[in-house]
Write a protein that binds this ligand. Structure first.
Ligand SMILES: [Zn+2]
Length: 255
C-alpha cells in the first residue's frame, strides 16, 4: 500500500480523536456531543479552530490555553494520537474493505469507554448496548456470521455474569460491575465467541499485571480495584489486530 493511504487514515484518525475527546468529556455529563464548540475548562473562552488542530496545536501552544495559560491535560493529544494509530492499524488489518471503517469505529468506542471508565468507573449504555446494536446491524459487512455475532453477544454477557455471581458467591464481594457485562457482550458481537474467550483471558492477564504494582504502591487490596473495562477493551483490540498470531503461537507450543 502506498504511503498516501495510511497517512490519510492517520490524519483522519487524529481529527476523529479530537471529537473522541469531546465524547469522553461530555457523554458522562449527558451533554450534547455536537454543541456548543469546545471551551477552555478554566476561562471558558472558545477554542479557535486553528488552535484545535489535533496534536499540532498542543505542541505549538506547549499544552496551554492561548487565552489564560491554563495547562491542558496531556490526555487530549494522547487520545488524538491513539485514534490516528488505531485508524492505521485497522487499515493494515482489513485493507480498504467495509470492515476497516466498521472496526475503526468500534475501536473508537472502546477508546472512549476506556477513558470514561477510568474517570467515572462507569460504562455508558449508549456505548455498550448502542455499540452492540450497531454491530448487529453491520454484521453483513464484517468477517463473521450472524450466528457467530449472536453467540459472541450471549457468551460475552453470559460468561461474565457467571464470573461476577461466582465471585460474589465465593467472596461475598462484587468484583466487576454490570457495565463490564454489557461491554463484553458488545465486544462479542464484533469478535464472536473466540474473541470473547481471548478477551477475558487477555483482559484478566493485563489487569492482574497492572493490578499488582497498583496494590503494592497504593497499599490497597485488589478489590478496591482498578476498573476492568479498559483491560477488556485492550484485550479485544489485541484479539482483532493480532489474535491469529497469539493463537498460532499458543497452539505451536502445545504441538
Ligand atoms: Zn483558558
Amino acid at each position: 500500500m502506498r504511503a498516501f493511504v495510511p497517512l490519510t487514515a492517520f490524519i483522519f484518525g487524529l481529527f476523529i480523536g479530537s471529537f473522541l475527546n469531546v465524547c469522553i468529556h461530555r457523554i458522562p455529563l449527558n451533554e450534547s456531543i455536537v454543541f456548543p464548540a469546545s471551551r477552555c475548562p478554566k476561562c471558558r473562552s472558545k477554542i479557535k479552530p486553528w488552535d484545535n488542530i489535533p496534536v499540532v496545536s498542543y505542541l505549538i501552544l506547549r499544552g496551554r490555553c492561548r487565552n489564560c495559560g491554563e495547562q491542558i491535560s496531556l490526555r487530549y493529544p494522547a487520545v488524538e494520537l491513539l485514534s490516528g494509530l488505531l485508524a492505521v492499524a485497522m487499515l493494515y488489518r482489513f485493507g480498504l474493505t467495509p470492515s476497516f471503517p466498521i472496526y475503526y469505529l468500534w475501536a473508537c468506542a472502546l477508546l472512549v469507554i476506556t477513558f470514561i471508565d477510568i474517570d467515572y468507573q462507569i460504562i455508558p449504555d449508549s456505548l455498550s448496548i448502542g455499540g452492540a446494536i450497531v454491530g448487529l446491524v453491520l454484521v453483513w459487512w464484517m468477517p463473521l456470521s450472524y450466528r457467530d455475532a449472536l453467540i459472541g453477544l450471549g457468551l460475552g454477557a453470559g460468561l461474565l455474569l457467571v464470573v461476577i455471581y461466582g465471585y460474589y458467591f465465593l467472596t461475598g464481594r462484587q468484583g466487576m460491575g454490570g457495565g463490564d457485562v454489557k461491554l463484553l457482550g458488545m465486544i462479542g458481537v464484533f469478535t464472536g465467541w473466540q474473541g470473547v474467550l481471548f478477551t477475558i483471558f487477555m483482559g484478566s492477564l493485563l489487569g492482574t499485571m497492572a493490578g499488582i504494582p497498583w496494590v503494592l504502591l497504593k497499599k490497597k487490596n485488589m478489590q478496591a480495584a482498578i476498573p476492568f473495562g479498559p483491560f477488556l477493551a485492550l484485550g479485544a483490540l489485541i484479539y482483532v489486530l493480532w489474535g491469529d498470531l497469539f493463537i498460532n503461537w499458543y497452539f505451536g507450543i502445545l504441538r
